[in-house]
Design a protein around this ligand. Structure first.
Ligand SMILES: *[C@@H]1O[C@H](CO)[C@@H](O)[C@H](O)[C@H]1NC(C)=O
Ligand SMILES: *[C@@H]1O[C@H](CO)[C@@H](O)[C@H](O)[C@H]1NC(C)=O
Ligand SMILES: *[C@@H]1O[C@H](CO)[C@@H](O)[C@H](O)[C@H]1NC(C)=O
Length: 357
């Protein structure tokens, strides 16, 4: 039965593929490749961000402009409460922001991490490229840099983030990210001290909490008509993070990576785990060898799976010809990943769904 239905499914799929290829070559000018460019893809169904990036390109903006404006839209919209001000209060109730932007033509990166009191994190990241010879600025010093670049200093706390924080305090600060401390972090709030004796760490999967949507990020890839690629990210990190915690988003190769000669990728999910594997860099390297974007995304997800089968995460990938795909790790409560894509062949922007592996 299973075998039979798989044959029934695969035949029309093959036909569809042939049809798509035929339509593609008809649409191609002078027998060139089917027009799949420009392309905009971003993590999660953040539609307004996708529209903003697409309209920026249509208005003659560069790929970098499109990434900055697209992710910046999410910072304004406070997408899912996981991007921009008023979300993911840390263990002292403060919202801090991480963002990165990468130019795949020059391999320049601008990034900020643990940015305080400034709303437009990806805007500040872009200024790091334009006005410094650095790549990554962090913390209070990044905020001073932002102020010197003319960004307003504002309180990032809102009624919502304050109430999330107060409820967490009222739950004895549960959950949190401490371990091997006293008082017992699984029962009490801090301040904590290290315990002098503790058992060797076992990566105990059954003890780890799966909190889908507590670590979302916008990651975006833009490929222009001429093949120039840019990528970026913006996030407010993880709820109740320890002060100073920075996730994968502002780390080149982890949160995103772009190389106009190979492709681009961006990641979302549990950044503390994902950043150890440089999934975006690895996916781009796979595509450089000619690997299909969906396969490249799947391969980096399965590599992390080997160490942590229950991590929460997804990756989007696009190659230089504008083919794109995504992959995610299947865990309870997260079996499909939704993302946005726009190109000349799609309704713009169009929501895409992949089944997690
Ligand atoms: C704190 O939690 C208790 C129950 O555990 C509840 O009665 C009380 O209303 C909560 N207070 C706030 C401010 O959420
Ligand atoms: C992992 O955690 C669970 C739940 O706390 C516990 O029952 C189990 O014994 C732990 N396993 C190991 C290997 O420590
Ligand atoms: C991009 O991926 C598509 C689909 O796998 C493939 O047909 C195409 O050749 C790839 N382009 C490049 C430049 O590798």
């Amino acid at each position: 039965m299973g075998r039979r239905s798989s044959v029934q499914e695969s035949c029309p799929a093959l036909l569809q593929l042939l049809l798509l290829q035929a339509v593609g070559s008809l649409a191609a000018p002078n027998g060139g490749p089917p027009s799949q460019l420009p392309l905009v893809i971003n993590t999660w169904p953040f539609r307004k961000a996708a529209e903003k990036a697409w309209s920026t390109l249509q208005a003659g903006g560069s790929e970098m402009d499109a990434v900055e404006k697209g992710c910046g839209q999410c910072e304004i919209d406070q997408c899912d409460g996981s991007v921009g001000y008023g979300g993911s209060p840390d263990e002292h109730g403060e919202t801090t922001l991480d963002a990165m932007i990468m130019d795949g033509n020059t391999m320049q990166v601008g990034a900020v991490a643990d940015l305080r009191r400034v709303k437009n994190a990806i805007g500040v990241a872009r200024k790091v490229i334009e006005h410094t010879r650095h790549t990554l600025l962090v913390g209070e010093s990044a905020s001073l840099f932002a102020e010197s670049m003319g960004f307003p200093s504002e309180d990032l706390t809102t009624q919502t983030s304050l109430s999330v924080f107060l409820k967490w305090l009222n739950r004895s600060c549960q959950p949190n990210f401490w371990k091997n401390v006293t008082p017992d972090a699984s029962k009490s709030c801090g301040p904590y001290k290290q315990t002098t004796a503790f058992s060797k760490e076992v990566w105990n999967i059954s003890e780890r909490r799966v909190e889908v949507h507590s670590h979302d990020t916008i990651g975006m890839i833009v490929i222009g008509q001429t093949g120039s690629i840019a990528a970026g990210t913006s996030t407010n990190g993880a709820d109740h993070k320890i002060q100073g915690r920075v996730g994968d988003s502002p780390i080149p190769g982890a949160g995103a990576y772009a190389d106009s000669t190979a492709g681009a990728a961006a990641a979302t999910g549990d950044g503390d785990v994902m950043m150890r594997f440089l999934p975006s860099y690895q996916a781009v390297e796979y595509m450089r060898t000619g690997m299909d974007p969906t396969q490249a995304c799947q391969k980096v997800i399965s590599r992390i799976q080997k160490y942590d089968p229950h991590f929460f995460g997804a990756v989007i990938c696009a190659n230089t010809s504008g083919s794109f795909g995504a992959a995610c790790n299947r865990i309870p409560g997260f079996t499909q990943f939704h993302f946005m894509a726009s190109n000349p062949n799609l309704r713009q922007p169009s929501e895409q769904i992949v089944d997690c592996i």
